[in-house]
Write a protein of this length. Structure first.
Lengths: 171, 816
């Protein structure tokens, strides 16, 4: 496998984690997406210096964090929610809690098991990326009620995934 | 407000500036909060990914458009050029297609849905053809390309495995699949195609597939339940076998491939491919009579399928050469006196009770066999396998004490029921005082005066019986063929095996297959002597009613000695009674019995005969082994006594085998016992996926007419555990911490192992086997010793591989 392919494979495996980190720091989705594309370029250009012994995810997120801070320093227009200290803490937390592929696998099944109403609500929030205010309008409810409902659904999903993973472990 | 709630509000975009500031502070200060934040934001991303897949693909595509038309800020030109290539590559990897052509397939697993002609699939995936019910699944490590060629679907499988259900294809446009060695033409069917750089294998479940060998255009039609292989040089004709037969042949080839390392350079099968392994043999490149008996059986099954009996003959010859002590190995056996077979010695309860002294008070009877066997075969040498051989002379004792001479016969267990393998001192069977202390190893085990140089061997009767079982089937399967089977040798092996039916010091006969029998003598003929002793213990896992039946009723195997036939006829009845007596209320079989006032022909029930560390009837494998033989006997002799026990056992076995909906399975690993015969009960304490035991179980099920469950287990094993060398499941070896445990040794003993390791009180298992430190896997053991972390291995034990291979062969033979 040439270097290009190796890189693409690694990137494909870890892209969602890099995206997760970026969009948790930069709340504007299109800005977060632009940043992600730029981070990909930097990753490719510095791939020669990547040490394969290290976690690619941690390396990539480290570069993403730098990119966020650089961009923020250059133009304060980037709506960065947190201080550099908090950003650093989250970065480290990501590395301590590596992504569990079993969770990602379980998620799809657990979503299928949700009642239709819950699935529709999640679709509004995550597929259409509507704000909570807009969702509240759509389902004729209040902001707080929608938030509470979403929290409950996410909690149920989490439980479902953990049950699955544990059942898998026993097997 | 709880930090979790703050995080949720922030991610939902409804946190106030004050709440964000509060979260900022918590994140910086608390590791827990930062981790909770990481988890929650990952979860949001994952949810977004699931719900937004289509949108994201479009975004990547748009991004490529932008990157190809560099419109970026200054200094970004070069970067953008790289980006164009990079992102195009990324996109192609995701899409696996060129943008113009229409979608021909939909990928249902993984992030991408549409596949166009030219699409490549790598790794585990599932996809369906557009407009039909055709569906494919690939395994990890697969590489393939999907194309439309002249209106027909074409898949090039570079490596890996493809499982397919193909709906009827348009007339004149069969789907074709190409591997480096073969071409398959498909009209509509269900099949699995797999390929490595050297080999292509096709298994068809439904319908029909035409397979063409590229090298010579040989072609075969492979129908439902059949399989064919291209690239196996041991099969010159492109033959079609049943799927199970084909799997047997594939495992047979793996076992004989010199690069896999199942055999030594001299052609001796090792206990396992892996060297670092401690089972009953304490090193992987030792071998046992068990291993040889399985080898014989493997070649019997191979002979049935191919008509080639040369492998069987060679295996028997090698067994004789290596494990049956030659005249040189037992030089003073003619000095044996049947009227005075042995001097009785006491038995110690613990290894610490050794050395033990002679027990002059114990009655020693007359050996009824010695004179008879000598008269029949014209020699006092016993024709039986010694159980353990150091194939490569790892311990450095050498055969007959000749340094550097390989295939050294050795022994380990000598010191009572609590001597686990971890407490043993491996020593040469040829005791010439060259290693060990001044009296070699003798004074670890026995108090004698004076100590004399001697040889002694121990037969494990289950293995000799298994060898006879194997040649019996070879004989059945080779009728009307010029097979040249060593039947006279088998008859002599069976005749000699009658020693296993005797009480330890010949006070009588229990007629069961005892745990062992031993024979020995002085090395020096002047004032020399020889002795023999059997065993007072019978384990259910050693019994073999099929062999008792063969040796008493099947002419070519019936004993040439006058007492042989009646001995084995009595043994057959006694064994059948033993099975019935030991069967628990649930159906599983209790451990066994030992000589001493008791309810079973003067024997008393033993929950765990012979050894207690680990308890000898905890292992489920004994159940499968004992029943495999009873089931074969029930089939061969149509004996209702066997059928009753078998039926109850099968019902129990079916109730404790677990088949999970995710394709995995579990069989019992350890059993717990309570009560005594008449009111005996079993509980399954733990389960595992032991491949050898599962193979033996599947075979037993097949003999008992439960072919469907047998096939299911075998199919699952193939899918889950097939690797390049055979079938292997991971196992955690919690017991490997005992590498560092002290071996009980008499305090005054001073000596050295064959490689010079000092033998003295306090020495550990590892100290006595210093060469283990040089093993490539040794660091795993060291980690176990330091951190208490049980190391995980995937072992390829010879017997287990043969069990699985045989199970495929026997399931195929017995049909549905």
């Amino acid at each position: 496998m040439d270097q290009h392919e190796t890189f693409l494979k690694l990137l494909l495996t870890h892209q969602s984690d890099v995206r997760a980190f970026l969009s948790s720091m930069v709340r504007d989705r299109s800005q977060a997406e632009d940043l992600f594309q730029e981070v990909c370029l930097v990753l490719w250009k510095s791939f020669a210096s990547y040490d394969p012994e290290r976690s690619f995810g941690a390396w990539a997120r480290g570069i993403a964090a730098k990119k966020v801070l650089q961009t923020w320093e250059k133009s304060k227009r980037l709506p960065l929610a947190f201080s550099p200290r908090a950003l650093q803490a989250v970065l480290e937390a990501y590395t301590r809690t590596e992504r569990d592929p079993a969770h990602a696998e379980g998620l799809r099944d657990c979503i299928q098991k949700l009642p239709d109403r819950s699935r529709r609500l999640l679709a509004l929030r995550y597929e259409k990326s509507f704000t909570l205010a807009r969702i509240a309008q759509e389902v004729d409810s209040t902001l707080d009620a929608v938030h509470k409902l979403l929290s409950r659904i996410r909690g149920a999903l989490q439980e479902c995934i953990e049950r699955r993973v544990q059942a898998g472990d026993r097997g | 407000m709880k930090p979790e709630e703050l995080i949720e509000r922030y991610l939902d975009g409804i946190a106030s500036p004050e709440e964000v500031a509060e979260l900022d502070r918590l994140l910086a200060e608390s590791v827990e909060v930062a981790q909770a934040f990481a988890r929650a934001s990952r979860r949001d991303q994952a949810l977004g990914q699931v719900f937004r897949e289509d949108q994201e693909r479009a975004a990547v595509q748009a991004q490529i458009g932008r990157a190809i038309r560099p419109r970026r800020r200054r200094g970004a030109w070069i970067a953008a050029g790289v980006a164009a290539g990079l992102l195009l590559g990324l996109w192609l990897l995701i899409r696996g297609t060129s943008p113009e052509s229409p979608a021909i397939a939909i990928r249902s697993e993984g992030p991408v849905r549409e596949l166009r002609s030219g699409a490549r699939i790598e790794g585990k995936a599932a996809f369906s053809m557009v407009g039909e019910t055709t569906r494919f699944e690939t395994t990890e490590g697969t590489e393939l390309k999907l194309e439309i060629r002249a209106g027909a679907k074409h898949i090039s499988l570079r490596q890996g495995e493809l499982e397919a259900t193909v709906s009827p294809q348009p007339p004149g446009h069969p789907m074709t699949l190409a591997t480096p060695q073969a071409l398959a033409r498909v009209l509509g069917t269900r099949f699995t195609l797999s390929t490595t750089p050297a080999l292509t294998r096709l298994e068809v479940r439904e319908g029909k597939v035409e397979l063409i060998r590229i090298s010579d255009h040989a072609r075969v039609e492979v129908g439902a339940g059949k399989a064919a292989v291209v690239g196996d040089e041991s099969r010159s004709t492109l033959a079609v076998h049943s799927i199970e037969e084909d799997r047997f042949l594939s495992l047979w080839k793996d076992l004989h491939d010199p690069s896999h390392g199942y055999f030594s350079p001299e052609g001796i099968p090792y206990h396992s491919v892996e060297t670092l392994i401690v089972d009953a043999p304490d090193y992987g490149h030792l071998s046992t009579s068990e291993t040889f008996s399985y080898w014989l059986w493997l070649e019997a099954a191979y002979g049935r399928l191919t008509g080639d009996w040369s492998y069987f003959r060679r295996a028997w010859k090698k067994m004789e050469e290596v494990l049956v002590p030659s005249a040189l190995d037992q030089p003073t056996s003619r000095l044996y006196d049947s009227a005075r077979p042995a001097t009785a010695v006491a038995e110690g309860a613990t290894p610490q009770a050794y050395p033990v002294a002679a027990d002059p008070g114990r009655r020693v009877g007359t050996d009824p066999l010695g004179a008879e066997l000598e008269a029949t075969y014209g020699s006092a040498d016993l024709y039986a396998m010694h159980w353990l051989v150091d194939v490569d002379d790892w311990y450095g004792y050498g055969r007959r004490g000749e340094r550097g001479r390989k295939s050294a016969l050795i022994n380990t267990f000598q010191r009572g029921p609590l001597e686990s393998v971890w407490k043993t001192v491996p020593h040469p069977s040829w005791e010439d005082f060259r290693a060990g202390g001044p009296h070699g190893f003798l004074d670890l085990f026995l108090r004698e005066d004076p100590y004399q140089k001697q040889w002694r061997y121990t037969c494990a009767p289950d293995a000799d019986a298994r060898a006879i079982q194997a040649i019996y089937w070879a004989w059945v399967w080779s009728k009307n063929q010029d097979s040249g089977l060593p039947l006279a040798e088998a008859r002599r092996l069976g005749d000699t095996l009658r020693y296993a039916l005797r009480e330890k010091y010949f006070a009588g006969s229990h007629y069961l297959l005892g745990w062992s029998y031993s024979w020995g003598g002085s090395i020096e003929p002047a004032q020399g002597w020889a002795w023999r002793a059997a065993s007072d213990q019978a384990h259910i896992g050693y019994q073999n009613p099929l062999v008792a039946w063969v040796l008493s009723t099947v002419p070519p195997f019936r004993s040439a000695s006058p007492g042989g036939t009646t001995d084995w006829a009595t043994s057959l009845d006694r064994q059948l009674e033993f099975y019935r007596w030991l069967q628990s209320s649930e159906g599983a079989l209790g451990g066994g019995a030992s000589v001493g006032a008791g309810a079973f022909h003067g024997m008393k029930y033993q929950e765990h005969p012979v050894f207690l560390d680990p308890p000898s009837n905890a292992w489920f494998g004994w159940q499968a082994w004992a029943m495999e033989r009873l089931a074969q006997y029930a089939g061969a002799a149509q004996d209702p006594r066997a059928r009753t026990v078998l039926g109850r056992w099968i019902a129990w076995a079916k109730s404790v085998v677990v088949l999970r909906s995710d394709g995995s399975f579990a069989v019992p690993s350890t059993l717990g016992w309570r009560g005594t015969p008449g009111d005996l009960h079993v509980t399954v304490l733990s389960t595992n996926q032991d491949v050898g035991v599962t193979g033996a179980l599947a075979r037993t099920l097949a003999y008992a007419g439960e072919g469907a469950l047998a096939r299911e287990l075998l199919d699952r094993m193939w899918k889950l555990y097939r690797d390049d060398w055979g079938i292997a499941a991971p196992e955690a070896r919690e017991d490997y911490r005992l590498f560092g445990e002290a071996v009980p040794l008499p305090s005054g003993f001073r000596g050295a192992m064959g490689r010079g390791e000092p033998i003295r009180s306090g020495a550990t298992f590892l100290d006595l086997r210093s060469r283990y430190r040089r093993e490539p896997d040794y660091p795993k053991v060291e980690a176990a010793l330091r951190f208490g972390q049980p190391p995980v291995f995937r072992y390829h034990r010879f017997w287990a591989q043969v069990e699985v291979a045989l199970a495929y062969a026997e399931v195929a033979r017995l049909g549905r």
